[in-house]
Design a binder for this molecule. Structure first.
Ligand SMILES: [Zn+2]
Length: 187
Protein backbone atom coordinates (compact mmCIF):
# COMPACT_ATOMS: atom_id res chain seq x y z
CA UNK A 1 0.00 0.00 0.00
CA UNK A 2 1.22 3.41 -0.90
CA UNK A 3 1.84 5.60 2.05
CA UNK A 4 -0.43 8.59 2.13
CA UNK A 5 1.55 11.79 1.95
CA UNK A 6 0.34 14.49 4.21
CA UNK A 7 1.47 18.04 3.75
CA UNK A 8 1.70 19.67 7.11
CA UNK A 9 2.19 23.37 7.19
CA UNK A 10 2.47 24.25 10.82
CA UNK A 11 3.54 27.76 11.54
CA UNK A 12 5.43 28.36 14.71
CA UNK A 13 6.20 31.33 16.83
CA UNK A 14 9.95 31.55 17.23
CA UNK A 15 11.84 33.03 20.11
CA UNK A 16 12.98 36.60 19.50
CA UNK A 17 16.62 37.06 20.43
CA UNK A 18 17.41 40.08 22.55
CA UNK A 19 20.57 42.03 23.28
CA UNK A 20 23.29 41.25 24.18
CA UNK A 21 22.89 38.05 22.12
CA UNK A 22 25.85 38.16 19.75
CA UNK A 23 23.83 36.49 16.98
CA UNK A 24 22.17 39.89 16.45
CA UNK A 25 25.60 41.24 15.50
CA UNK A 26 26.22 38.75 12.67
CA UNK A 27 26.00 39.72 9.04
CA UNK A 28 23.28 37.64 7.40
CA UNK A 29 23.85 35.56 4.29
CA UNK A 30 22.25 36.12 0.94
CA UNK A 31 19.37 33.73 0.23
CA UNK A 32 20.42 31.57 -2.74
CA UNK A 33 17.23 29.56 -3.20
CA UNK A 34 13.70 29.54 -1.92
CA UNK A 35 14.11 26.24 -0.09
CA UNK A 36 11.42 24.72 2.16
CA UNK A 37 13.56 25.88 5.07
CA UNK A 38 13.42 29.52 3.90
CA UNK A 39 9.68 29.24 3.25
CA UNK A 40 9.16 27.90 6.75
CA UNK A 41 11.31 30.70 8.13
CA UNK A 42 9.11 33.28 6.38
CA UNK A 43 5.89 31.70 7.69
CA UNK A 44 7.30 31.58 11.20
CA UNK A 45 8.51 35.18 11.00
CA UNK A 46 5.00 36.33 10.05
CA UNK A 47 3.51 34.37 12.94
CA UNK A 48 6.15 35.70 15.33
CA UNK A 49 5.71 39.32 14.24
CA UNK A 50 1.94 39.17 14.63
CA UNK A 51 2.20 37.57 18.06
CA UNK A 52 4.77 40.08 19.33
CA UNK A 53 3.06 42.31 18.09
CA UNK A 54 5.31 44.43 15.96
CA UNK A 55 5.54 46.09 12.56
CA UNK A 56 8.81 44.63 11.34
CA UNK A 57 11.09 41.66 11.88
CA UNK A 58 14.40 40.52 10.42
CA UNK A 59 15.50 36.87 10.22
CA UNK A 60 18.50 37.26 12.57
CA UNK A 61 16.08 38.31 15.30
CA UNK A 62 14.71 34.76 15.27
CA UNK A 63 18.16 33.18 15.00
CA UNK A 64 18.41 32.74 11.21
CA UNK A 65 21.36 34.45 9.51
CA UNK A 66 19.50 34.83 6.22
CA UNK A 67 18.70 38.05 4.39
CA UNK A 68 14.94 38.04 4.94
CA UNK A 69 12.87 40.84 6.43
CA UNK A 70 9.16 41.29 6.86
CA UNK A 71 7.02 44.30 7.66
CA UNK A 72 3.33 44.63 8.25
CA UNK A 73 2.15 48.18 8.44
CA UNK A 74 -0.93 50.19 7.52
CA UNK A 75 0.14 53.28 5.64
CA UNK A 76 -2.01 56.28 6.49
CA UNK A 77 -4.49 57.32 3.82
CA UNK A 78 -3.69 60.50 1.89
CA UNK A 79 -7.23 61.64 2.57
CA UNK A 80 -7.87 62.01 6.34
CA UNK A 81 -11.61 61.47 5.72
CA UNK A 82 -11.04 58.11 4.06
CA UNK A 83 -11.10 54.75 5.80
CA UNK A 84 -7.67 53.77 7.13
CA UNK A 85 -5.83 51.46 4.77
CA UNK A 86 -5.56 47.82 5.86
CA UNK A 87 -2.10 46.71 7.02
CA UNK A 88 0.02 45.43 4.18
CA UNK A 89 2.42 42.55 4.60
CA UNK A 90 5.79 42.88 2.90
CA UNK A 91 8.12 39.89 2.66
CA UNK A 92 11.50 40.89 1.28
CA UNK A 93 14.31 38.52 0.44
CA UNK A 94 17.80 39.95 -0.16
CA UNK A 95 16.55 43.54 0.17
CA UNK A 96 18.86 46.27 -1.03
CA UNK A 97 18.37 50.03 -0.90
CA UNK A 98 19.10 51.31 -4.40
CA UNK A 99 18.07 54.92 -3.94
CA UNK A 100 17.43 57.28 -1.06
CA UNK A 101 16.28 60.84 -0.64
CA UNK A 102 18.78 63.43 0.48
CA UNK A 103 16.19 64.47 3.08
CA UNK A 104 16.24 62.70 6.41
CA UNK A 105 14.08 62.87 9.50
CA UNK A 106 14.51 62.15 13.18
CA UNK A 107 11.96 59.98 14.90
CA UNK A 108 11.59 57.49 17.74
CA UNK A 109 12.19 53.80 17.25
CA UNK A 110 12.06 50.68 19.31
CA UNK A 111 13.08 47.12 18.59
CA UNK A 112 11.64 43.77 19.61
CA UNK A 113 15.24 42.69 20.31
CA UNK A 114 15.84 45.60 22.69
CA UNK A 115 12.72 45.52 24.84
CA UNK A 116 12.04 48.48 27.08
CA UNK A 117 14.19 50.98 25.20
CA UNK A 118 13.56 53.62 22.59
CA UNK A 119 15.79 55.95 20.71
CA UNK A 120 15.74 58.85 18.31
CA UNK A 121 17.17 57.77 14.97
CA UNK A 122 17.83 59.67 11.78
CA UNK A 123 16.53 57.89 8.64
CA UNK A 124 16.05 58.76 4.98
CA UNK A 125 12.57 60.15 4.21
CA UNK A 126 12.21 58.04 1.08
CA UNK A 127 13.95 54.93 -0.19
CA UNK A 128 13.68 52.69 -3.19
CA UNK A 129 14.61 49.11 -2.61
CA UNK A 130 14.90 46.03 -4.69
CA UNK A 131 14.35 42.54 -3.36
CA UNK A 132 12.71 39.24 -4.12
CA UNK A 133 9.18 38.65 -2.90
CA UNK A 134 8.09 35.46 -1.14
CA UNK A 135 7.62 33.76 -4.51
CA UNK A 136 11.19 34.59 -5.49
CA UNK A 137 10.13 37.25 -8.02
CA UNK A 138 12.18 40.46 -8.29
CA UNK A 139 10.35 43.53 -7.00
CA UNK A 140 11.07 47.22 -6.46
CA UNK A 141 9.36 49.20 -3.75
CA UNK A 142 9.36 52.91 -3.11
CA UNK A 143 8.64 53.65 0.52
CA UNK A 144 8.32 56.86 2.48
CA UNK A 145 7.95 57.97 6.07
CA UNK A 146 7.22 55.14 8.55
CA UNK A 147 7.41 52.33 6.04
CA UNK A 148 10.76 53.66 4.79
CA UNK A 149 11.92 53.81 8.42
CA UNK A 150 10.80 50.24 9.11
CA UNK A 151 12.65 48.94 6.05
CA UNK A 152 15.84 50.84 6.96
CA UNK A 153 15.67 49.47 10.50
CA UNK A 154 15.15 45.88 9.31
CA UNK A 155 17.85 46.03 6.63
CA UNK A 156 20.26 47.25 9.32
CA UNK A 157 19.53 44.02 11.24
CA UNK A 158 20.88 42.03 8.27
CA UNK A 159 24.20 43.85 8.76
CA UNK A 160 24.21 43.27 12.50
CA UNK A 161 23.38 46.93 13.11
CA UNK A 162 20.88 47.87 15.82
CA UNK A 163 19.04 51.16 16.25
CA UNK A 164 21.03 51.92 19.40
CA UNK A 165 24.15 52.15 17.17
CA UNK A 166 22.59 54.97 15.15
CA UNK A 167 20.47 56.69 17.80
CA UNK A 168 21.29 60.23 18.80
CA UNK A 169 19.60 59.48 22.11
CA UNK A 170 18.42 56.26 23.80
CA UNK A 171 16.14 56.06 26.79
CA UNK A 172 14.56 53.40 28.95
CA UNK A 173 10.79 53.23 29.03
CA UNK A 174 8.86 53.26 32.26
CA UNK A 175 6.82 50.15 33.07
CA UNK A 176 3.53 51.92 32.18
CA UNK A 177 4.94 53.15 28.89
CA UNK A 178 5.88 49.60 27.92
CA UNK A 179 2.27 48.54 28.50
CA UNK A 180 0.90 51.42 26.49
CA UNK A 181 3.54 51.42 23.82
CA UNK A 182 2.04 51.43 20.36
CA UNK A 183 2.99 48.52 18.13
CA UNK A 184 4.04 51.19 15.64
CA UNK A 185 7.23 51.68 17.57
CA UNK A 186 8.09 48.00 17.73
CA UNK A 187 10.42 46.70 15.14
ZN1 LIG B 1 14.73 45.72 15.36
Amino acid sequence: MKAKMMVVNLMAIREILTTPDTFLRKRSKKVRALTPKIKALIEDMIETLRAAPGVGLAAPQVGADQRVIIAEYAEPSEDPEAEPKPPKLHVLINPEIVRNSSETNLNNEGCLSIPGYMGEVERFDTITLKALNRHGEPIRIKAKDWLARIFQHEIDHLEGILFIDRATEVWKLEEEEIQERSPLSQK
